[in-house]
Design a binder for this molecule. Structure first.
Ligand code: CP
Ligand code: NVA
Length: 323
């Protein structure tokens, strides 16, 4: 068995929830990236097929998903476990059973719960009443499992994370929030470039900047995309209207149009800079076809890395020993 899943850092994480990166130490967050790398290299190794033998994961998705759903389901399968996909409309949750009671019942039957929903408070409520680890599969505020795959992808393509300068361009949303909290833990410089009206939540900025002081990271906010991508190692973007914000689409498109990641903007970054996007993309809105399909794009490696990241998350938080 790899020591990466058995030492003191791994023991600290086992049995805990993964609701936001703000709850993790730098060492714990980096362990997720390292473990994801190990599991990626060992994808077909027999020892990995027994890591979660006999374990089950309940997956509640109140919003659509391709990558998160498939990667968690395949990760459970490849590690020897089983995943159940649950649509809240088909659960008694959809008829008014409380989140707390759902948590109590599921905890009697499964070994972990993944939830994608709207309010972060709902995920916290579920975790408060569950006796098994709860993993946040995206809320309006955070997307922590995404950031593990993002930083693994950056490290694979650009090397040591603490030397990198990365610019996130677009909406200061859930993906930006988790990227900021992750960047702060790996000592990276992250410039978050948004329209002033769509800047990240000041409380998340404060948490990221506070952590950055410990690790030597820099988390900077700015509004001018051309200046923000000047000489950087990577450019990251996400959709301009997230799930649940469809009603604000027109206003957002208007505000965000100058923030499109196109070839002209990308030409200001370093020549070997890579382009990331958590996907799904709205092609030719936040990112042009030319950039997304171009040689600097690593978006599909990033999507694949969700699988390896989920394996690390499941193995470390559910723990390798049945509890
Ligand atoms: N990036 C991401 O979470 O994709 P899905 O919405 O397809 O899960
Ligand atoms: N910010 C996007 C990410 C989708 C994976 C959303 O919340 O819809």
């Amino acid at each position: 068995m790899e020591r990466i899943f058995r030492d003191d850092v791994a023991r600290e994480m086992a049995g805990h929830d993964f609701l936001t990166i703000a709850d993790l130490s730098s060492e714990q967050f980096q362990r997720l990236i390292d473990a994801a790398q190990v599991l990626k290299q060992a994808r077909r190794a027999p020892w990995t097929r027994r890591l979660l033998e006999g374990r089950t994961l309940a997956m509640i998705f109140a919003k659509p998903s391709t990558r998160t759903r498939v990667s968690f389901e395949v990760a459970m399968y490849e590690l020897g476990g089983y995943a159940l996909f649950l649509n809240p409309q088909d659960l008694q949750l959809g008829r008014g059973e409380t989140v707390a009671d759902t948590a109590r019942v599921l905890s009697r039957m499964v070994d972990g719960i993944l939830i994608r929903t709207f309010e972060q408070a709902e995920v916290e409520e579920l975790a408060r009443h569950a006796t098994v680890p709860v993993i946040n599969g995206l809320t309006n505020t955070f997307h922590p499992t995404q950031a593990v795959a993002d930083l693994l992808t950056l490290r694979e393509h650009k090397g040591d994370l603490h030397r990198l300068v990365v610019t996130y361009v677009g909406d200061g949303n859930n993906v930006a929030h988790s990227l900021m909290l992750g960047a702060a833990r790996v000592g990276m410089e992250l410039r978050v470039c948004t329209p002033p009206e769509l800047a990240p939540d000041p409380e998340v900025v404060r948490m990221a900047q506070q952590k950055a002081e410990e690790t030597g990271a820099r988390i900077l906010l700015c509004h001018d995309p051309a200046e923000a991508v000047d000489g950087v190692d990577a450019v990251y973007t996400d959709v301009w209207a997230s799930m649940g914000q469809e009603g604000e689409r027109e206003r957002r498109l208007e505000l965000l149009r100058p923030y499109q990641v196109n070839q002209e903007l990308l030409s200001r970054a370093r020549p070997g800079a890579v382009v990331l996007h958590c996907l799904p993309a709205h092609r030719n809105e936040e990112i042009t076809d030319e950039v997304m399909d171009g040689p600097q794009s690593v978006v599909f490696d990033q999507a694949e890395n969700r699988l390896h990241a989920q394996k690390a998350i499941l193995t470390l938080f559910l723990g390798t020993e049945p509890v």
